[in-house]
Ligand binder design. Structure first.
Ligand code: ZN
Length: 423
């Protein structure tokens, strides 16, 4: 055994030396009618993005000599999009029956392989995947398979299990108490249980910690729209501190009320959904720099709006009011969709809803590029065309600043310098 250990150690020490002398990376030049830079907010005519290996080399007026030129004609080049709230292990039919009851983790992982491909081809080159909803650590497996080049997909940051309480969100209710059922989330009914669960998730590969700070729609009071509060400030502080020990951040599912306030005061980095956030809390979020992923689309039926007075209609109205108040208060709004609850590959519909509610197109673009990268602490790597960033680049049909629906017409996708989709 000791001899083998020494041999492996010797091999590990020689690897970096070999890797430090790579062949000079080839230059590729992407040329199109327009280049949209979300940092400056400007669209340049007839620009060129020069790629060296997996990184952006420069944004130039013309292609350098010797570069492989990819001419994208009348499209608009821009950084790859970031979705701050996805579920690659959820599919629309799982909204009808909890998948822990009807699908194996193996089957859900296969569906996940298809989901990440569809989302990448739709222009989303980075995604924060906010919990596997009972598919165990399959999100870690998908992330690792993508990073190793086994399957195509976005850069994934995954949350594994969400932390919940008995009877709370993602704890199956109304079932036969005599049958043991799988849990879609981790049951953490005390501060100590929460801390232990954070450690377990980090051990098995979580990049983010997801906490259910409030219940779901079935817990919302039909008269006052008050959500169920699932956490205290003290518990949130404990989760945030434990996550910070491992250099991880916390995202809290929170509709509003005391649960949302506890999440913000306890120091989570982002709030998710937030349909019923009040103005005082929005001010506090702006002050503290708490990010917000509104996920407008998932609460809006594509067809057949609910009758006015119906609880869904009232929640949608409250969401719109909150969104507009958050913009006014200066809350950092990040593009996030909950895709998986609706078909993978269609997240860009969220841009249309954000614009409908009054967000200027450039701010909607930033929410899915520079702002989302800031949430992920990846500002120098993704969501930008700055030299040295990953060559995650898309080209869309139209100018998104003139017509936001252009972001639903992604025709070209490059991730880390490799072309994923071409016109
Ligand atoms: Zn979600």
């Amino acid at each position: 055994m000791p001899i083998r250990t020494i041999a492996i150690a010797a091999l590990l020490f020689t690897l970096p030396l070999q890797a430090s002398q790579p062949a000079p990376a080839r230059l590729t030049a992407l040329r199109a009618a327009r280049v949209l830079d979300p940092v400056s907010g400007r669209v340049t005519s007839n620009g060129v993005i020069v790629i060296r290996g997996d990184r952006i080399d420069s944004v130039a007026a013309s292609a350098p000599a010797g570069a492989d030129v990819v001419d994208l004609g009348n499209l608009t080049l821009m950084p790859g999009l970031i979705d701050g709230h996805t579920h690659v292990l959820l599919q629309p039919d799982d909204e009808i029956t909890p998948p822990v009851l009807t699908k194996s983790q193996a089957y859900r992982t296969i569906e996940g392989v298809r989901a990440v491909k569809l989302d990448l081809e739709a222009g989303f080159t980075t995604m924060r995947d906010l919990d596997s909803e009972g598919a165990g650590f399959a999100d870690v497996a998908l992330r690792d398979a993508i990073n190793k080049g086994v399957i195509p997909g976005p850069r994934l940051l995954v949350a594994t299990y969400a932390l919940t309480i008995t009877g709370g969100h993602m704890n199956l209710s109304g079932m036969n108490p005599d049958i043991a059922l799988p849990d879609p989330a981790a049951l953490t009914d005390s501060r100590e249980a929460m801390i232990a669960e954070v450690r377990r998730e980090v051990k098995y590969g979580a990049d983010w910690i997801k906490l259910y700070a409030t219940g779901t729609l079935r817990h919302v009071d039909p008269v006052t729209l008050e959500p169920l509060s699932q956490v205290s400030v003290d518990e949130v502080r404990a989760v945030v501190a434990e996550a910070a020990r491992w250099r991880k951040d916390v995202a809290a599912h929170a509709y509003g009320g005391p649960g949302a306030r506890a999440a913000v005061e306890g120091g989570v980095r982002s709030l998710e959904h937030g349909m019923m956030l009040d103005d005082d809390l929005l001010r506090l979020m702006a002050e503290r720099g708490t990010f917000w992923c509104p996920t407008l689309s998932v609460y809006m039926p594509e067809t057949g709006l609910p009758a006015p007075g119906d609880i869904t209609a009232r929640v949608i109205a409250s969401h719109k009011r909150t969104f507009q108040a958050a913009m006014k208060a200066g809350v950092k709004i990040v593009f996030g969709t909950d895709v998986g609850a609706f078909p993978h590959g269609t997240s860009a519909r969220e841009f249309v809803h954000m614009a409908d509610y009054g967000m200027p197109p450039i701010e909607a673009v930033r929410s899915a590029t520079t702002r989302a990268a800031e949430l992920l602490r990846m500002e120098k790597q993704v969501g930008t065309l700055a030299p040295g960033a990953f060559a995650d680049i898309i080209a869309v049909d139209g100018d998104p600043l003139a017509d936001i629906t252009a972001l639903q017409r992604v025709r070209f996708v490059m991730k880390g310098g490799a072309v994923v989709r071409r016109p």
